[in-house]
Design a protein around this ligand. Structure first.
Ligand SMILES: *Cc1c(COP(=O)(O)O)cnc(C)c1O
Length: 369
């Protein structure tokens, strides 16, 4: 069997699944054969066993502590990815007699909207397409429609690299947020949100679980069913994510990531500061590059999680990606729909990796002026 060690690890800028804290991987590796005190692997025990109940309960408790989630909300670990939430949200809260507001701000919100249209009326309250999805709406640039079933936003558009740096106020209209690619990268004003969903594989764990935080009064707003059981928020809340076998391994890793956020990072304020420092280093350098590296996002919407930029021409971009990979800076190719380059700097991505990237970019610019 060939082996690889920690020193073989590259700086991994992948957009998702994405880099995880080394400490989490090491603990999982150490305990994979046998969980302490359990006598078996996390992969082999029942999801109804006390050890697993402690793991899922711990993950939820730590998430509640980190985000300040009150008892008014239920926390769920579901399957089917954020993409299933694109359907589950409108299926539960929208029908042909109702309408929902959508902010059209990039590739993922467009997909979410497409699913909603199958269930009811969709009202686009803000459209960023004429600015090539280079920013999110500014405070006050949209208003929720009176009587809308909900308003849907995407806190971070992963492909374009634009992000909300404020939590919008939608008054009486329930605010639903796809937070897949920036979940827990900063504290949230939880009371503004009625429902938040996030695929785990970008910022809080491996693929396989979708976190859903839902305000319990939303359950009273469900439209007439019937819904497939697995797509019924009421049943999922009643079953506390255990209606059927949940993705146990993903939840286990996620529980370790929560501990890392709490005890190693020291909470979401600290995490936010670190994320600002990481992305700031890269954006500042690009701003001083005389247009050699051109960030896609407008300044007030720049994502801390996915930094996107263009260069003079595609050949130069290809050369950059190839040479970066050889320098152990991997995963920098932009999404196939928009091209260019993208450095994903999620929570677990280390500051040293950004320093290494900026060092490489300086050198590349010198050699390819
Ligand atoms: C990745 C992503 C999705 C899709 O997530 P899946 O878990 O693959 O379904 C949805 N929304 C955003 C913002 C994403 O970044």
């Amino acid at each position: 069997m060939s082996t690889a060690t920690v020193s073989d690890r590259v700086f991994n800028f992948s957009a998702g699944p994405a880099t995880l804290p080394l400490k989490v991987l090491q603990e999982a590796q150490e305990h994979l054969l046998c969980l302490p005190g359990v006598g078996a692997s996390i992969l082999e025990i029942s999801h109804r066993s006390p050890p697993f109940e402690a793991i899922i309960g711990g993950a939820e408790a730590d998430m509640r502590k980190l985000l300040g989630i009150s008892d008014d909300y239920a926390v769920l670990f579901l399957q089917g990815g954020a993409t299933t939430q694109f359907s589950m949200v409108p299926m539960n809260f929208l029908n042909k007699e109702k309408s929902a507001d959508y902010i059209l701000q990039g590739a993922w919100s467009k997909k979410a909207m497409g699913e909603a249209k199958k269930h009811g009326n969709v009202n686009v309250v803000w459209d960023g397409s004429s600015e090539k999805f280079s920013r999110v709406p500014r405070p006050g640039e949209f208003t929720a429609s009176q009587g809308a079933a909900y308003l849907h936003m995407t806190s971070n558009e992963t492909i374009e690299g634009i992000e909300f740096h404020h939590d919008p106020d939608t008054g009486e209209v329930p605010l639903v947020c796809d937070a897949s690619s920036d979940f827990m990268h900063r504290p949230l004003d939880m009371k503004k949100f009625a429902l938040i969903y996030a695929g785990a594989q970008k910022n809080v764990g491996p693929a396989g679980a979708t976190v859903v935080i839902i305000r319990k009064d939303m359950l009273d707003r469900q439209v007439e069913g019937p819904f497939p059981t697995m797509l019924d928020y009421k049943k999922m809340v009643a079953g506390a994510s255990m209606h059927n076998t949940p993705p146990v391994f993903t939840i286990y890793i996620l529980s370790l990531v929560m501990k890392w956020l709490l005890h190693d990072i020291g909470g979401l304020d600290k995490m936010h500061q670190l994320n600002q420092k990481k992305a700031g280093l890269l954006y500042d350098f690009m701003d001083q590059s005389g247009g050699y590296y051109k960030p896609h996002a407008q300044k007030d919407s720049r994502s801390l999680m996915n930094v996107t930029w263009r260069m003079r021409d595609e050949d130069l971009e290809k050369k950059f990606i190839k040479e970066a990979k050889a320098a152990k800076l991997d995963g920098l190719k932009g999404h196939r729909d928009v091209g260019g380059l993208r450095a994903s700097l999620y929570n677990a991505f280390p500051y040293e990796g950004v320093e290494a990237l900026v060092g490489f970019m300086k050198e590349f610019m010198k050699n390819n002026g």
